[in-house]
Design a protein around this ligand. Sequence first.
Ligand code: MN
Ligand code: MN
Length: 400
Amino acid sequence: MSKRPPRTPRSGVISNGRALRPARSAGAARPSRDPAHRPASVQASDPGSFASQWGWDRPFEVYEDFDLPTYVGPSTFSNLPWITDPAELRARKVDVAIVGAPFDDMVTHRPGARFGPRAIRGAQNSSGSLNSLQLDVRPFEELTVVDAGDANIVPARFDRGHAMIFRKVREVAATGAIPIVFGGDHSITWPSASAVAEVRRPGSIGIVHFDAHADTAPDSFGQLAGHGSPMRRLIESGAVLGRNFVQVGLRGYWPPVEVLDWMREHELRWHLMTEIEERGAEAVIDDAIAEALDGPDSIYLSVDIDVVDPGSAPGTGTPEPGGMLPRELLRAVRRIVGKVELAGMDIVEVSPPYDWAESTAMIANRCALEAISALAVKHRDGGAVRHVAPAPRTRAAARA
Ligand code: MN
Ligand code: MN
């Protein structure tokens, strides 16, 4: 009945001969190579009278932060290390870096997307070394993926916010890592894609943009930096050519005719939701890939979560019924990232206060995982993932 718990030897070495060591801090977490959540070490407490009375001084397994359940510890994407120092991103040769853009000052309707990055990071119930059934790859074994933290945002300073997002994304992308940015309202794509376009120079980017809305308004109530205008600003500034700007999933009652006229004038290409209904998502995505890659070297992918039907993704600022199925979007992300050179990506407009059962945040989280898994397949097959800037042209080469 009163079976005594095993006692811990005072030597500090437990019976299997492994030395005790403390759990690692979140910042130092290193992905384990073990998918089965095996303990990293065993730890016993100092003997004390209550501990020995109840057996709390027994040795217990200690897990790496990466292998702990996702509800334990700081909320980083997939329990990955939180590394904000660009020198450290370089030193580790990081392939993919998550960046948070917790900014929603520019919404025209429901707010809340500033809480998106935390919700997207947290919307995951599997930890440790994940295995993609879709792509038969273990992404965190193939690639070095970290969470590079958030842009330095404060409320109600939209110009400062956009500047800080631009700087953060540029800083991360300049290390060679592929940034995957969690918004935030869609206005963050203006600084984020600008930063990626700048880092990729003299190469060029195309953009594939999933959204119910075109986001090409000249302004919103006089505001040029609103979340209805980022794509217009990107094209006006020359960050991307209109003809390499491809939109998928547009529907509903916006934009008005004059905005569509501007889009035609600038040779944008778009695929309405009705086209997906008629031709199927697969055929439309293949066209979108061909159009975006018609010229540019790489693709920036921008996913407004409202491209998904609000029945599945209610937690967003400007929901529009009649959208894509989550499985169509996830398949599209896999397909695009598998076929093109990915320069960067953002996943935006997740508004957790309007979400139910985290379903919107989970779709956003899986968009990131699908992209990372598709990059992992490329890496496994010998392809490059990190961006290596071309060597500066020497005078001799320039003369040649
Ligand atoms: Mn949008
Ligand atoms: Mn939208």
